[in-house]
Design a protein around this ligand. Structure first.
Ligand code: HEM
Length: 501
Protein backbone atom coordinates (compact mmCIF):
# COMPACT_ATOMS: atom_id res chain seq x y z
CA UNK A 1 0.00 0.00 0.00
CA UNK A 2 2.82 2.29 1.02
CA UNK A 3 4.79 1.55 -2.20
CA UNK A 4 1.65 2.30 -4.26
CA UNK A 5 1.35 5.71 -2.55
CA UNK A 6 4.97 6.41 -3.27
CA UNK A 7 4.53 5.43 -6.93
CA UNK A 8 1.47 7.70 -7.24
CA UNK A 9 3.43 10.50 -5.63
CA UNK A 10 6.28 9.98 -8.14
CA UNK A 11 3.87 9.90 -11.07
CA UNK A 12 2.05 13.03 -9.88
CA UNK A 13 5.40 14.82 -9.48
CA UNK A 14 6.49 13.74 -12.94
CA UNK A 15 3.20 14.95 -14.49
CA UNK A 16 3.48 18.26 -12.64
CA UNK A 17 7.05 18.71 -13.84
CA UNK A 18 6.15 17.93 -17.47
CA UNK A 19 3.11 20.22 -17.22
CA UNK A 20 5.23 23.01 -15.78
CA UNK A 21 7.89 22.59 -18.48
CA UNK A 22 5.23 22.61 -21.21
CA UNK A 23 3.60 25.73 -19.79
CA UNK A 24 6.98 27.44 -19.49
CA UNK A 25 7.80 26.61 -23.11
CA UNK A 26 4.39 27.90 -24.22
CA UNK A 27 4.85 31.07 -22.18
CA UNK A 28 8.33 31.79 -23.53
CA UNK A 29 7.47 31.08 -27.16
CA UNK A 30 3.93 32.48 -27.39
CA UNK A 31 2.68 34.36 -24.33
CA UNK A 32 5.75 36.32 -23.25
CA UNK A 33 5.49 40.08 -23.91
CA UNK A 34 8.67 39.78 -26.00
CA UNK A 35 7.50 36.70 -27.95
CA UNK A 36 7.21 38.87 -31.08
CA UNK A 37 10.88 39.96 -30.99
CA UNK A 38 12.75 38.13 -33.77
CA UNK A 39 15.48 35.61 -33.02
CA UNK A 40 16.19 31.87 -32.86
CA UNK A 41 13.34 29.95 -31.22
CA UNK A 42 15.86 27.98 -29.17
CA UNK A 43 17.26 31.20 -27.66
CA UNK A 44 13.71 32.23 -26.70
CA UNK A 45 13.04 28.79 -25.20
CA UNK A 46 16.11 28.25 -23.04
CA UNK A 47 19.25 29.98 -21.75
CA UNK A 48 21.12 26.79 -22.72
CA UNK A 49 21.32 28.27 -26.24
CA UNK A 50 23.41 31.16 -24.86
CA UNK A 51 25.30 28.75 -22.60
CA UNK A 52 26.37 26.68 -25.60
CA UNK A 53 28.14 29.68 -27.15
CA UNK A 54 29.27 31.23 -23.85
CA UNK A 55 30.55 28.13 -22.09
CA UNK A 56 31.00 25.27 -24.55
CA UNK A 57 32.62 27.12 -27.47
CA UNK A 58 33.57 29.30 -25.27
CA UNK A 59 33.13 33.08 -25.15
CA UNK A 60 31.50 33.17 -28.60
CA UNK A 61 27.95 34.32 -27.91
CA UNK A 62 28.69 38.01 -28.49
CA UNK A 63 30.11 37.10 -31.92
CA UNK A 64 27.09 34.91 -32.64
CA UNK A 65 24.77 37.77 -31.63
CA UNK A 66 26.45 40.02 -34.19
CA UNK A 67 25.73 37.34 -36.82
CA UNK A 68 22.14 36.95 -35.63
CA UNK A 69 21.56 40.66 -36.26
CA UNK A 70 22.50 40.15 -39.91
CA UNK A 71 19.74 37.57 -40.18
CA UNK A 72 17.04 39.00 -37.88
CA UNK A 73 17.56 42.78 -37.98
CA UNK A 74 18.49 45.37 -35.34
CA UNK A 75 16.64 43.76 -32.41
CA UNK A 76 17.08 40.11 -31.44
CA UNK A 77 15.81 38.06 -28.52
CA UNK A 78 18.99 36.52 -27.13
CA UNK A 79 17.62 34.65 -24.09
CA UNK A 80 14.09 34.01 -22.83
CA UNK A 81 14.25 37.23 -20.78
CA UNK A 82 16.53 39.50 -22.74
CA UNK A 83 16.75 41.34 -26.04
CA UNK A 84 19.83 42.75 -27.73
CA UNK A 85 19.70 45.89 -29.85
CA UNK A 86 22.28 46.67 -32.52
CA UNK A 87 21.66 50.36 -33.08
CA UNK A 88 24.02 53.01 -31.71
CA UNK A 89 21.21 55.57 -31.73
CA UNK A 90 19.49 53.54 -28.99
CA UNK A 91 22.53 53.63 -26.68
CA UNK A 92 21.33 56.45 -24.46
CA UNK A 93 17.82 55.02 -24.12
CA UNK A 94 19.38 51.90 -22.56
CA UNK A 95 22.32 53.25 -20.58
CA UNK A 96 21.95 56.94 -19.98
CA UNK A 97 18.37 58.17 -20.05
CA UNK A 98 18.27 61.56 -18.28
CA UNK A 99 16.66 61.24 -14.84
CA UNK A 100 15.20 57.79 -15.52
CA UNK A 101 16.06 54.64 -13.61
CA UNK A 102 18.08 51.73 -14.87
CA UNK A 103 18.93 48.62 -12.85
CA UNK A 104 21.43 45.93 -13.66
CA UNK A 105 20.22 42.51 -14.83
CA UNK A 106 20.58 39.83 -12.15
CA UNK A 107 21.66 36.83 -14.33
CA UNK A 108 24.61 38.84 -15.66
CA UNK A 109 25.87 39.65 -12.17
CA UNK A 110 26.41 36.01 -11.25
CA UNK A 111 29.66 35.62 -13.19
CA UNK A 112 31.86 37.26 -10.57
CA UNK A 113 30.50 36.71 -7.09
CA UNK A 114 31.29 40.19 -5.75
CA UNK A 115 27.72 40.69 -4.58
CA UNK A 116 28.27 43.65 -2.26
CA UNK A 117 30.55 45.67 -4.55
CA UNK A 118 29.49 48.86 -6.29
CA UNK A 119 29.67 47.06 -9.65
CA UNK A 120 27.25 44.36 -8.51
CA UNK A 121 24.72 46.78 -7.00
CA UNK A 122 21.75 45.72 -9.03
CA UNK A 123 19.43 48.44 -7.84
CA UNK A 124 20.10 52.02 -9.05
CA UNK A 125 19.58 53.54 -5.59
CA UNK A 126 22.02 51.27 -3.78
CA UNK A 127 24.47 51.74 -6.63
CA UNK A 128 24.25 55.53 -6.32
CA UNK A 129 25.02 55.39 -2.58
CA UNK A 130 28.08 53.19 -3.07
CA UNK A 131 29.25 55.20 -6.02
CA UNK A 132 28.97 58.50 -4.10
CA UNK A 133 31.25 57.09 -1.39
CA UNK A 134 33.90 56.25 -3.98
CA UNK A 135 33.64 59.19 -6.40
CA UNK A 136 35.97 61.60 -4.53
CA UNK A 137 38.93 59.22 -4.96
CA UNK A 138 38.68 59.16 -8.72
CA UNK A 139 38.21 62.79 -9.74
CA UNK A 140 40.65 64.34 -12.22
CA UNK A 141 41.99 66.56 -9.43
CA UNK A 142 42.66 63.59 -7.20
CA UNK A 143 44.47 61.77 -10.01
CA UNK A 144 46.69 64.80 -10.62
CA UNK A 145 47.61 64.65 -6.91
CA UNK A 146 48.71 61.04 -7.32
CA UNK A 147 50.85 61.77 -10.37
CA UNK A 148 54.03 61.20 -8.34
CA UNK A 149 52.89 57.71 -7.40
CA UNK A 150 52.24 56.79 -11.04
CA UNK A 151 55.52 58.38 -12.15
CA UNK A 152 57.42 56.26 -9.59
CA UNK A 153 55.86 53.13 -11.04
CA UNK A 154 56.54 54.22 -14.63
CA UNK A 155 60.20 54.77 -13.68
CA UNK A 156 60.30 51.26 -12.20
CA UNK A 157 58.74 49.97 -15.43
CA UNK A 158 61.53 51.65 -17.43
CA UNK A 159 64.18 50.13 -15.15
CA UNK A 160 62.90 46.73 -16.26
CA UNK A 161 63.39 47.85 -19.88
CA UNK A 162 66.92 49.04 -19.02
CA UNK A 163 67.61 45.59 -17.54
CA UNK A 164 66.29 43.94 -20.68
CA UNK A 165 68.60 46.13 -22.76
CA UNK A 166 71.61 45.34 -20.59
CA UNK A 167 70.97 41.58 -20.60
CA UNK A 168 69.81 41.40 -24.21
CA UNK A 169 66.82 39.41 -22.95
CA UNK A 170 63.22 39.29 -24.15
CA UNK A 171 60.82 41.23 -21.92
CA UNK A 172 57.20 40.24 -21.41
CA UNK A 173 55.42 43.57 -21.76
CA UNK A 174 52.05 42.03 -20.83
CA UNK A 175 53.44 41.00 -17.44
CA UNK A 176 55.00 44.42 -16.96
CA UNK A 177 51.81 46.31 -17.82
CA UNK A 178 49.84 44.02 -15.53
CA UNK A 179 52.30 44.69 -12.70
CA UNK A 180 52.17 48.45 -13.28
CA UNK A 181 48.37 48.56 -13.18
CA UNK A 182 48.23 46.27 -10.13
CA UNK A 183 50.79 48.26 -8.14
CA UNK A 184 48.98 51.53 -8.90
CA UNK A 185 45.51 50.31 -8.00
CA UNK A 186 46.78 48.65 -4.80
CA UNK A 187 48.31 51.97 -3.72
CA UNK A 188 45.10 53.73 -4.61
CA UNK A 189 43.05 51.25 -2.62
CA UNK A 190 45.16 50.34 0.40
CA UNK A 191 47.91 52.99 0.56
CA UNK A 192 50.55 50.31 -0.12
CA UNK A 193 51.36 47.74 -2.78
CA UNK A 194 53.17 44.43 -3.25
CA UNK A 195 55.60 46.04 -5.70
CA UNK A 196 54.96 43.36 -8.29
CA UNK A 197 56.94 45.40 -10.84
CA UNK A 198 60.01 44.20 -8.94
CA UNK A 199 59.08 40.55 -9.35
CA UNK A 200 58.02 39.84 -12.92
CA UNK A 201 57.75 36.09 -12.32
CA UNK A 202 55.12 36.83 -9.71
CA UNK A 203 53.47 39.24 -12.17
CA UNK A 204 53.31 36.44 -14.74
CA UNK A 205 51.81 34.03 -12.20
CA UNK A 206 49.20 36.54 -11.06
CA UNK A 207 48.34 37.57 -14.63
CA UNK A 208 47.75 33.95 -15.64
CA UNK A 209 45.69 33.29 -12.51
CA UNK A 210 43.42 36.28 -13.11
CA UNK A 211 43.03 35.35 -16.80
CA UNK A 212 42.03 31.82 -15.74
CA UNK A 213 39.69 33.19 -13.12
CA UNK A 214 38.04 35.43 -15.72
CA UNK A 215 37.73 32.53 -18.15
CA UNK A 216 35.47 30.92 -15.52
CA UNK A 217 33.04 33.85 -15.49
CA UNK A 218 30.72 32.53 -18.21
CA UNK A 219 30.46 29.16 -16.50
CA UNK A 220 29.67 30.81 -13.17
CA UNK A 221 27.04 33.01 -14.80
CA UNK A 222 25.17 30.11 -16.39
CA UNK A 223 25.71 27.52 -13.69
CA UNK A 224 25.97 29.50 -10.45
CA UNK A 225 23.97 26.71 -8.74
CA UNK A 226 26.88 24.32 -9.43
CA UNK A 227 29.35 26.60 -7.64
CA UNK A 228 26.96 26.87 -4.67
CA UNK A 229 26.58 23.09 -4.61
CA UNK A 230 30.34 22.55 -4.71
CA UNK A 231 30.84 24.94 -1.82
CA UNK A 232 28.58 22.71 0.31
CA UNK A 233 30.72 19.59 -0.28
CA UNK A 234 33.60 18.69 2.04
CA UNK A 235 36.63 20.75 1.02
CA UNK A 236 38.69 17.72 -0.13
CA UNK A 237 35.97 16.63 -2.61
CA UNK A 238 34.83 20.15 -3.61
CA UNK A 239 38.36 21.35 -4.39
CA UNK A 240 38.99 18.51 -6.83
CA UNK A 241 35.73 19.15 -8.70
CA UNK A 242 35.59 22.93 -9.03
CA UNK A 243 36.90 24.47 -12.26
CA UNK A 244 40.41 26.00 -11.84
CA UNK A 245 39.15 29.60 -12.14
CA UNK A 246 37.06 29.18 -8.99
CA UNK A 247 40.04 28.10 -6.89
CA UNK A 248 41.89 31.15 -8.21
CA UNK A 249 39.00 33.36 -7.22
CA UNK A 250 39.04 32.00 -3.67
CA UNK A 251 42.80 32.62 -3.41
CA UNK A 252 42.49 36.10 -4.91
CA UNK A 253 39.74 37.10 -2.48
CA UNK A 254 41.70 35.76 0.47
CA UNK A 255 44.54 38.08 -0.48
CA UNK A 256 42.20 41.09 -0.75
CA UNK A 257 40.62 40.23 2.58
CA UNK A 258 44.05 40.27 4.20
CA UNK A 259 44.61 43.77 2.77
CA UNK A 260 41.22 44.97 4.02
CA UNK A 261 41.82 43.44 7.46
CA UNK A 262 45.22 45.14 7.68
CA UNK A 263 43.62 48.52 6.98
CA UNK A 264 40.88 47.90 9.56
CA UNK A 265 43.38 46.70 12.15
CA UNK A 266 45.60 49.75 11.61
CA UNK A 267 43.70 51.84 14.18
CA UNK A 268 46.53 54.39 14.49
CA UNK A 269 46.73 54.73 10.68
CA UNK A 270 50.44 53.98 10.79
CA UNK A 271 50.49 52.51 7.29
CA UNK A 272 48.08 54.99 5.77
CA UNK A 273 50.70 56.56 3.50
CA UNK A 274 50.81 60.19 2.38
CA UNK A 275 47.93 59.99 -0.06
CA UNK A 276 44.31 59.38 0.80
CA UNK A 277 43.55 55.79 -0.15
CA UNK A 278 40.11 54.32 -0.70
CA UNK A 279 39.85 51.86 2.18
CA UNK A 280 41.43 54.07 4.84
CA UNK A 281 38.83 56.71 3.96
CA UNK A 282 35.91 54.29 3.71
CA UNK A 283 36.62 52.82 7.15
CA UNK A 284 36.53 56.34 8.62
CA UNK A 285 33.44 57.48 6.72
CA UNK A 286 30.76 57.83 9.41
CA UNK A 287 28.10 58.61 6.82
CA UNK A 288 28.23 54.98 5.69
CA UNK A 289 26.18 52.41 7.57
CA UNK A 290 27.92 49.71 9.60
CA UNK A 291 27.06 47.17 6.92
CA UNK A 292 28.70 49.29 4.22
CA UNK A 293 31.91 49.35 6.30
CA UNK A 294 31.79 45.67 7.31
CA UNK A 295 34.90 43.63 6.39
CA UNK A 296 33.01 41.23 4.09
CA UNK A 297 31.42 44.13 2.16
CA UNK A 298 34.79 45.85 1.85
CA UNK A 299 36.31 42.56 0.66
CA UNK A 300 33.86 42.56 -2.27
CA UNK A 301 34.57 46.22 -3.02
CA UNK A 302 38.33 45.65 -2.85
CA UNK A 303 38.15 42.59 -5.10
CA UNK A 304 36.23 44.56 -7.73
CA UNK A 305 38.53 47.58 -7.55
CA UNK A 306 41.71 45.54 -7.85
CA UNK A 307 40.38 43.36 -10.63
CA UNK A 308 38.78 46.19 -12.65
CA UNK A 309 41.72 48.53 -12.11
CA UNK A 310 44.31 45.95 -13.11
CA UNK A 311 42.96 43.82 -15.94
CA UNK A 312 41.23 46.41 -18.12
CA UNK A 313 44.02 48.97 -17.86
CA UNK A 314 46.72 46.37 -18.52
CA UNK A 315 44.77 45.15 -21.54
CA UNK A 316 44.45 48.59 -23.11
CA UNK A 317 48.14 49.31 -22.50
CA UNK A 318 49.16 46.02 -24.14
CA UNK A 319 46.95 46.72 -27.14
CA UNK A 320 48.37 50.23 -27.57
CA UNK A 321 51.91 48.92 -27.16
CA UNK A 322 51.49 46.09 -29.63
CA UNK A 323 50.10 48.38 -32.33
CA UNK A 324 52.76 51.02 -31.71
CA UNK A 325 55.42 48.37 -32.32
CA UNK A 326 53.63 46.70 -35.23
CA UNK A 327 52.94 50.04 -37.00
CA UNK A 328 56.18 52.06 -37.17
CA UNK A 329 54.36 55.02 -38.77
CA UNK A 330 52.09 55.33 -35.72
CA UNK A 331 55.10 55.19 -33.38
CA UNK A 332 56.92 57.78 -35.52
CA UNK A 333 54.00 60.21 -35.26
CA UNK A 334 53.81 59.73 -31.50
CA UNK A 335 57.55 60.36 -31.11
CA UNK A 336 57.25 63.41 -33.33
CA UNK A 337 54.40 64.81 -31.20
CA UNK A 338 56.33 64.17 -27.99
CA UNK A 339 59.56 65.65 -29.29
CA UNK A 340 57.80 68.85 -30.48
CA UNK A 341 56.69 69.34 -26.87
CA UNK A 342 60.20 68.64 -25.55
CA UNK A 343 59.45 65.02 -24.53
CA UNK A 344 57.26 65.97 -21.57
CA UNK A 345 56.64 63.70 -18.57
CA UNK A 346 54.07 65.85 -16.71
CA UNK A 347 50.58 64.45 -16.82
CA UNK A 348 48.97 67.86 -17.42
CA UNK A 349 50.96 68.25 -20.64
CA UNK A 350 50.67 64.63 -21.80
CA UNK A 351 46.90 64.51 -21.48
CA UNK A 352 46.60 67.50 -23.84
CA UNK A 353 48.49 65.80 -26.68
CA UNK A 354 45.96 64.98 -29.40
CA UNK A 355 47.75 62.06 -31.04
CA UNK A 356 48.64 60.35 -27.75
CA UNK A 357 45.02 60.74 -26.61
CA UNK A 358 43.82 59.30 -29.93
CA UNK A 359 46.13 56.28 -29.47
CA UNK A 360 44.67 55.69 -26.00
CA UNK A 361 41.11 55.94 -27.32
CA UNK A 362 41.85 53.57 -30.18
CA UNK A 363 43.44 51.04 -27.79
CA UNK A 364 40.38 51.31 -25.54
CA UNK A 365 38.09 50.83 -28.54
CA UNK A 366 39.88 47.62 -29.52
CA UNK A 367 39.96 46.44 -25.90
CA UNK A 368 36.12 46.51 -26.03
CA UNK A 369 35.99 47.22 -22.26
CA UNK A 370 33.48 44.86 -20.70
CA UNK A 371 32.85 42.47 -23.54
CA UNK A 372 29.76 40.62 -22.34
CA UNK A 373 26.16 41.68 -22.71
CA UNK A 374 26.00 44.82 -20.62
CA UNK A 375 22.34 44.38 -19.78
CA UNK A 376 20.09 46.96 -18.15
CA UNK A 377 16.54 46.79 -16.88
CA UNK A 378 14.05 49.65 -16.83
CA UNK A 379 12.26 48.90 -13.53
CA UNK A 380 9.21 51.07 -14.08
CA UNK A 381 9.19 52.17 -17.68
CA UNK A 382 7.97 50.70 -20.94
CA UNK A 383 10.64 51.06 -23.63
CA UNK A 384 9.87 51.13 -27.30
CA UNK A 385 12.23 50.15 -30.07
CA UNK A 386 10.65 50.56 -33.51
CA UNK A 387 7.38 48.56 -33.35
CA UNK A 388 8.52 46.50 -30.36
CA UNK A 389 7.25 47.21 -26.86
CA UNK A 390 9.59 46.18 -24.06
CA UNK A 391 7.81 46.10 -20.69
CA UNK A 392 9.52 46.85 -17.34
CA UNK A 393 11.79 44.05 -16.13
CA UNK A 394 12.98 42.86 -19.55
CA UNK A 395 16.76 42.77 -19.97
CA UNK A 396 17.99 45.04 -22.77
CA UNK A 397 21.58 44.94 -23.89
CA UNK A 398 24.09 46.13 -26.44
CA UNK A 399 27.53 44.58 -26.70
CA UNK A 400 30.64 46.70 -27.14
CA UNK A 401 31.58 44.37 -29.99
CA UNK A 402 28.54 45.47 -32.02
CA UNK A 403 29.01 49.16 -31.20
CA UNK A 404 32.76 49.39 -31.78
CA UNK A 405 32.57 47.49 -35.06
CA UNK A 406 29.65 49.46 -36.52
CA UNK A 407 31.15 50.23 -39.95
CA UNK A 408 29.22 53.50 -40.42
CA UNK A 409 30.80 54.92 -37.28
CA UNK A 410 34.14 53.10 -37.19
CA UNK A 411 35.06 52.17 -40.79
CA UNK A 412 37.50 49.25 -41.18
CA UNK A 413 36.86 48.56 -37.47
CA UNK A 414 39.54 45.91 -36.80
CA UNK A 415 42.35 48.20 -37.98
CA UNK A 416 44.25 50.21 -35.37
CA UNK A 417 43.81 53.75 -36.63
CA UNK A 418 44.14 56.58 -34.06
CA UNK A 419 43.33 59.11 -36.81
CA UNK A 420 39.68 58.19 -36.49
CA UNK A 421 39.58 60.16 -33.22
CA UNK A 422 41.21 63.34 -34.55
CA UNK A 423 39.56 66.50 -35.89
CA UNK A 424 35.90 67.46 -35.72
CA UNK A 425 34.67 64.14 -37.05
CA UNK A 426 36.88 62.34 -34.54
CA UNK A 427 35.35 64.33 -31.66
CA UNK A 428 31.87 63.46 -32.90
CA UNK A 429 32.82 59.76 -33.07
CA UNK A 430 33.92 59.71 -29.41
CA UNK A 431 30.31 59.85 -28.26
CA UNK A 432 29.83 56.27 -29.48
CA UNK A 433 32.63 54.86 -27.37
CA UNK A 434 31.49 52.23 -24.88
CA UNK A 435 34.80 50.84 -23.62
CA UNK A 436 34.30 52.66 -20.31
CA UNK A 437 30.56 52.08 -20.23
CA UNK A 438 28.01 54.87 -20.15
CA UNK A 439 25.64 56.57 -17.74
CA UNK A 440 25.59 56.16 -13.96
CA UNK A 441 27.38 52.78 -13.99
CA UNK A 442 30.25 53.86 -16.20
CA UNK A 443 33.86 53.21 -15.18
CA UNK A 444 34.90 55.12 -12.10
CA UNK A 445 38.61 54.72 -12.89
CA UNK A 446 38.73 56.54 -16.26
CA UNK A 447 41.06 59.28 -15.00
CA UNK A 448 43.42 56.80 -13.34
CA UNK A 449 43.52 54.65 -16.48
CA UNK A 450 44.17 57.64 -18.77
CA UNK A 451 46.91 58.92 -16.50
CA UNK A 452 48.69 55.56 -16.37
CA UNK A 453 48.37 55.05 -20.09
CA UNK A 454 49.60 58.44 -21.19
CA UNK A 455 52.55 58.45 -18.79
CA UNK A 456 53.79 54.95 -19.55
CA UNK A 457 53.23 55.02 -23.32
CA UNK A 458 55.14 58.32 -23.58
CA UNK A 459 57.98 56.89 -21.51
CA UNK A 460 58.21 53.64 -23.48
CA UNK A 461 58.29 55.60 -26.77
CA UNK A 462 61.78 56.55 -25.62
CA UNK A 463 62.94 52.95 -26.27
CA UNK A 464 63.43 51.05 -29.51
CA UNK A 465 61.63 47.72 -29.01
CA UNK A 466 61.28 44.84 -31.44
CA UNK A 467 58.33 42.45 -31.14
CA UNK A 468 59.39 38.89 -30.31
CA UNK A 469 57.16 35.96 -31.37
CA UNK A 470 54.10 38.15 -30.97
CA UNK A 471 51.32 38.71 -33.47
CA UNK A 472 47.97 40.50 -33.51
CA UNK A 473 46.16 37.48 -32.05
CA UNK A 474 48.09 38.06 -28.82
CA UNK A 475 46.00 41.20 -28.26
CA UNK A 476 42.94 40.67 -30.46
CA UNK A 477 39.46 40.15 -29.05
CA UNK A 478 38.91 36.45 -29.79
CA UNK A 479 36.68 35.33 -26.95
CA UNK A 480 34.52 37.06 -24.37
CA UNK A 481 34.83 36.24 -20.72
CA UNK A 482 34.03 39.51 -18.92
CA UNK A 483 36.87 41.15 -20.87
CA UNK A 484 38.41 40.38 -24.27
CA UNK A 485 40.67 37.33 -24.34
CA UNK A 486 43.28 36.76 -27.06
CA UNK A 487 44.16 33.39 -28.61
CA UNK A 488 44.11 30.72 -25.86
CA UNK A 489 47.82 29.84 -26.01
CA UNK A 490 49.05 33.45 -25.99
CA UNK A 491 51.99 34.15 -23.71
CA UNK A 492 51.54 37.90 -24.05
CA UNK A 493 53.24 40.74 -25.89
CA UNK A 494 56.98 40.13 -25.85
CA UNK A 495 59.81 42.25 -27.22
CA UNK A 496 63.56 42.73 -27.31
CA UNK A 497 64.87 46.06 -26.08
CA UNK A 498 67.10 47.23 -28.92
CA UNK A 499 68.18 50.63 -27.65
CA UNK A 500 67.30 53.64 -25.54
CA UNK A 501 66.67 56.67 -27.76
C1 HEM B 1 41.35 51.17 -19.75
C2 HEM B 1 41.00 50.83 -18.53
C3 HEM B 1 39.60 50.54 -18.07
C4 HEM B 1 38.51 50.10 -18.78
C5 HEM B 1 38.42 49.80 -20.28
C6 HEM B 1 37.41 49.98 -17.85
C7 HEM B 1 36.12 49.61 -18.18
C8 HEM B 1 35.05 49.64 -17.32
C9 HEM B 1 33.67 49.49 -17.71
C10 HEM B 1 33.16 49.23 -19.11
C11 HEM B 1 32.91 49.61 -16.59
C12 HEM B 1 31.39 49.68 -16.55
C13 HEM B 1 30.75 48.46 -16.07
C14 HEM B 1 29.25 48.52 -16.17
O1 HEM B 1 28.67 49.22 -17.00
O2 HEM B 1 28.67 47.81 -15.38
C15 HEM B 1 33.81 49.82 -15.49
C16 HEM B 1 33.41 49.95 -14.19
C17 HEM B 1 34.29 50.10 -13.16
N1 HEM B 1 35.64 50.31 -13.24
FE1 HEM B 1 36.75 50.41 -14.92
N2 HEM B 1 37.86 50.31 -16.60
C18 HEM B 1 39.19 50.66 -16.69
C19 HEM B 1 40.01 51.09 -15.66
C20 HEM B 1 39.65 51.13 -14.36
C21 HEM B 1 40.52 51.53 -13.27
C22 HEM B 1 41.97 52.00 -13.43
C23 HEM B 1 39.80 51.39 -12.12
C24 HEM B 1 40.19 51.65 -10.71
C25 HEM B 1 41.24 52.32 -10.33
C26 HEM B 1 38.47 50.92 -12.49
C27 HEM B 1 37.44 50.64 -11.61
C28 HEM B 1 36.13 50.41 -11.98
C29 HEM B 1 35.05 50.26 -11.02
C30 HEM B 1 35.15 50.32 -9.51
C31 HEM B 1 33.89 50.06 -11.77
C32 HEM B 1 32.46 49.89 -11.24
C33 HEM B 1 31.80 51.25 -11.31
C34 HEM B 1 30.34 51.24 -10.92
O3 HEM B 1 29.69 50.19 -10.99
O4 HEM B 1 29.85 52.31 -10.57
N3 HEM B 1 38.42 50.78 -13.85
N4 HEM B 1 35.11 49.85 -15.96
Amino acid sequence: MQSLDFRSFLLASLFSLVGWLLYRALYRLVLSPIANVPGPKLAALTTLYAAYYDVYLPGQYVFKIKELHKKYGPIVRVTPHEVHVNDVEFLDAIYNPPSRKRNKFLPNLKGLPLDESVGAARNWELHRKRREALNPFFSHKKVLETEGLIRGKVDRFCKNLDNGLKLGSVVNLSDMYFALALDVVQQYSFGQDDNVLDDLQEANRLRNNIARLLRGVNFNRHFSWFIRMMSMLPKSIGDSLVPPGVTDLVRFRKNIRENVDQVLADTENEHKGDLKSVFYELKANQELTKFERAPSRLEDEGSLLIMAGTESTAKSMQIAQYHLLANPSVMARLRDELSKEGNPTELKVLEQLPYLSAIILEANRLSFGLTGRNTRVAPDEVLRYKQYVLPPGIGISMTTLCIHTTEDIFPDPWTFNPDRFLGREGMERRKYMMSMGRGPYKCIGINVANAEMSMVLAAVAGYELQLFETDEEDVKFMSDSQIAHPKPDSTGVRARVVSKL
